[in-house]
Every structure is written in structure tokens, then in C-alpha cells.
Design a protein around this ligand. Structure first.
Ligand code: PMP
Length: 412
């Protein structure tokens, strides 16, 4: 495969850190363009997880022995790394969860049930992932709150002109993705947060698709809650993060009860631990947190601006290539998208395209991408989604375009 260095970014050196990319699928070198669903893991992450299990594993906190102390230090050290990664928030503001989905469910169930009253309003957008819709529907049903939806334009951007009319004195929360997982649109969350705060509402940002593409400073954004998943950031599955503003977390009741989250338990009544542990019932995913810490460390060693420029160049070529293939219609055409190209073909179902690409060693995702309301907005059952990471190459983009062209030959 051609090596290609765009600017100062040496993509082959980055690729070399990802053993999984060195394989053939169906007789072809793997082209992994399913990064929005889950990113691959660099050797440093695999080693951190394996090394932890080889040397240091024990349950955490209250340990009276060396391994328990090492495991605790590694877990809490990873928390500090996440706190720094999010722009220097306090470690107490970083909660471990299973992923973005659980982070949002935590806010909906803890903050939502404690604060939402009948007639209160939650503003979502039409491009949210189901993880940022369904928990709010559930809590709205339980509390009598209402959900309002900010529409999406034909280009796949948020219709910001419609936002002021949705924000009113009953608005309690705005929940919005920073980057759309289905289209790659980058939403102006700082502007949305400013408007929401002016209306007296809190803002939860779903950062699942953002943190891997560009640096995020939650304090500069002024976000109240920020959620992301380890596995979409080169880390393990089953670990995620919820950032919450300290004053909000302090005032929130626990969600799940059990070990680790208590101060004192008796049958007369139980008192709860301080944040963050109050929201971390049960044995945490220690190895996952350590792996996520290693993923962040690895990412921070990369030139992130050069990586972003590299991804941008790949996406531009991908967009231009898709425009030249007859029968392909792009969905989500904002030029400033992050790493994702979504499209439909006139002559076939997205799944057919996905299967034909897989036969040629190209992995993409086909379907509704857990964004059914967005698919409905565009009148399509689903899309084919090619999603990039910093380890993808220009040669892979060409391979993808050739494979798609060939697939279209079968479908026409
Ligand atoms: N939000 C967005 C924008 C996503 O892309 C995803 C994952 N596809 C999620 C939420 C849910 O993340 P997870 O499945 O890791 O909890």
C-alpha cells in the first residue's frame, strides 16, 4: 500500500501501533472505515490492560495490601488523566460509567428525576443518537416533562434559527451531540450552551464522536455535563466517562446503590460517599479505566492538529470521490464535518452495499446508526457510513472508492 505523509503527519508510523490493521479480510487487506462504531486499539492500550492483569490486578479501595493499592492508584491515576484531557477539570468531576449510554442514563435518572416537574421541558435535536433520546423519553414519562426537538436542515446541520423559540422558562436541559454519529456534522455546542444558559437551562453534551477528532475543553465550552465512551477513543469497551460540574454532582442523589458508593450503611438508614464515588456503585471496570488512561496518553503523544488535518484531507477526497459515483447520494453535506461520510444508493439497500464492500475487505456500517429520527428526517431507512480515524490512509480512501464503484456495478 502507498505510504502517504500529509503535512507533518506520518500516518504509517501511527498505523504501525495498531496490530489489528495488519490483516486480510476476504482475501483483501482490511480497510477499516467503521471507526464511528468503535475505534481500534494501539499496542500501548493492549499492553496496559494485559500488564495490569499480569502484575497489578486486585479489587480497589479499602485494600490492605500492595496489589489493592496498586490497582487503586492506577484507577485513580486514570481518572486524573481524564480530568486533564477534558481541559483540566477536577478529578471529582469525572465519573466512571460503562459508556456514553450509561453516562446519559445516570444524568437522566439522578438529576432528571430529582429536578424535572410536570410541564418542564427538555430540548433535544433531531440528529441525536438513541442514547441521547430514549433516557430522556423515559424520565419525561416518569416526571411529566416534555421533549422538544431542534430540527435539522437539508445539509444535515442544526437549524439554529429555531433554537430561541424552543428555549423558554420551562426549559430545564438541552442535550446535544457535539458531533453527529450518523453524519459527522460538528455542532456549535459553545453557542448552544450560551443560549441555553441564558434561558436558565443546563446542557449535556454527548461527546462520543468528538473527543477522538479534536481536543475538547469542557470548561471553555461551559458544559454542565459531558459524556463519552472509551471504545470510541482508542480505549476498551465497557468503560466511559461522565463529566459533571461539581456543584451539580454534589446536589444529585445517587442512582445505583451498592458497595463503593456509601459512607455508612445500617438498617436505620444509609449515608452516601462523596462524589465521584457516590455514583460508582459496585466494582468498577478497573482494567477498562486503565486502558482508557493509556489510550488518552497515546493520543496526547500524537500531533493532534496534524492528525485532524490528515483526517480532513481524507474526508475531502472521500466526499469528492462519492460525488463522482453515479447513483450515490450523500446525506449530510456540511463541508466542516468530522471524519464521517454518509450516503445512500438509488439502486440498493445500505446493507447490500455494506456486504458488497465487505467482500472486498472494506468495513463500513450500514443501517440507521441508532439515529432513527434522523433517518426519518431524510426519508431513508438507513445510510452507508464510512467513518475515518487518524490511522486511515489516502490509499485506503482510493480502495474504498474503487470497491464502491465495483459494488455499484452489481447493484445498477
Ligand atoms: N452517542 C453517540 C453520538 C454515539 O456515536 C454513540 C455510539 N454510537 C453513543 C452515544 C453510544 O455510545 P455507547 O454505545 O458507547 O454507550
Amino acid at each position: 500500500m502507498n505510504t502517504r505523509v500529509i503535512g507533518q503527519f506520518d500516518v504509517e508510523a501511527v498505523r504501525a501501533a495498531f496490530p489489528i490493521l495488519r490483516q486480510e479480510v476476504n482475501g483483501h487487506p482490511l480497510v477499516y472505515f467503521d471507526n464511528a462504531a468503535s475505534m481500534q486499539k494501539p499496542e500501548a492500550v493492549i499492553e496496559a490492560v494485559a500488564g495490569y492483569y499480569r502484575r497489578d490486578h486486585s479489587n480497589v479501595h479499602r485494600g490492605a495490601h500492595a496489589l489493592a493499592n496498586r490497582a487503586t492508584e492506577a484507577l485513580e491515576g486514570a481518572r486524573e488523566r481524564v480530568a486533564a484531557f477534558l481541559g483540566g477539570v477536577a478529578r471529582e468531576e469525572v465519573l466512571w460509567t460503562r459508556g456514553t449510554t450509561e453516562s446519559i442514563n445516570l444524568v437522566a435518572n439522578s438529576w432528571g428525576r430529582a429536578n424535572l416537574r410536570p410541564g418542564d421541558e427538555i430540548v433535544l435535536t433531531a440528529m441525536e443518537h438513541h442514547a441521547n433520546i430514549v433516557p430522556w423519553q423515559m424520565v419525561a414519562e416518569a416526571t411529566g416533562a416534555r421533549i422538544l426537538v431542534l430540527p435539522v436542515t437539508e445539509a444535515g446541520t442544526l437549524d439554529l434559527d429555531a433554537l430561541p423559540a424552543l428555549l423558554g422558562e420551562r426549559t430545564r436541559l438541552v442535550a446535544v451531540a457535539q458531533v453527529s454519529n450518523a453524519l459527522g456534522t460538528v455542532n456549535p455546542v459553545a453557542d448552544i450552551i450560551r443560549l441555553a444558559h441564558a434561558a436558565g437551562a443546563l446542557v449535556l453534551v454527548d461527546g462520543a464522536q468528538a473527543v477522538n477528532h479534536f481536543a475538547v475543553d469542557v470548561r471553555a465550552l461551559d458544559a454542565d455535563f459531558y459524556a463519552f465512551s472509551g471504545h470510541k477513543l482508542f480505549g476498551p469497551t465497557g468503560i466511559g466517562v461522565l463529566y459533571g460540574r461539581r456543584a451539580l454532582l454534589d446536589a444529585m442523589p445517587p442512582w445505583q446503590g451498592g458497595g463503593e458508593m456509601i459512607e455508612r450503611v445500617s438498617f436505620a438508614g444509609t449515608t452516601y460517599a462523596e462524589v465521584p464515588w457516590r455514583f460508582e456503585a459496585g466494582t468498577p471496570h478497573i482494567a477498562g479505566a486503565i486502558g482508557l488512561g493509556a489510550a488518552i496518553e497515546w493520543l496526547q503523544e500524537q500531533d493532534r492538529e496534524a492528525a485532524a488535518a490528515h483526517e480532513r484531507a481524507l474526508l475531502e477526497r472521500l466526499d469528492a470521490g462519492l460525488e463522482t459515483i453515479a447513483g450515490v447520494r450523500r446525506i449530510g453535506t456540511d463541508p466542516a464535518r468530522a471524519g464521517i461520510a454518509s450516503f445512500v444508493v438509488e439502486s440498493g439497500h445500505p446493507t447490500d452495499v455494506g456486504l458488497l464492500l465487505d467482500q472486498q475487505g472494506v468495513a463500513v456500517r450500514a443501517g440507521h446508526h441508532c439515529a432513527m429520527p434522523l433517518m426519518e428526517r431524510f426519508g431513508v431507512p438507513g445510510t452507508v457510513r464510512a467513518s475515518l480515524a487518524l490511522y486511515n490512509t489516502a490509499a485506503e480512501v482510493e480502495r474504498f472508492l474503487q470497491a464502491l464503484d465495483k459494488a455499484m456495478g452489481f447493484l445498477r
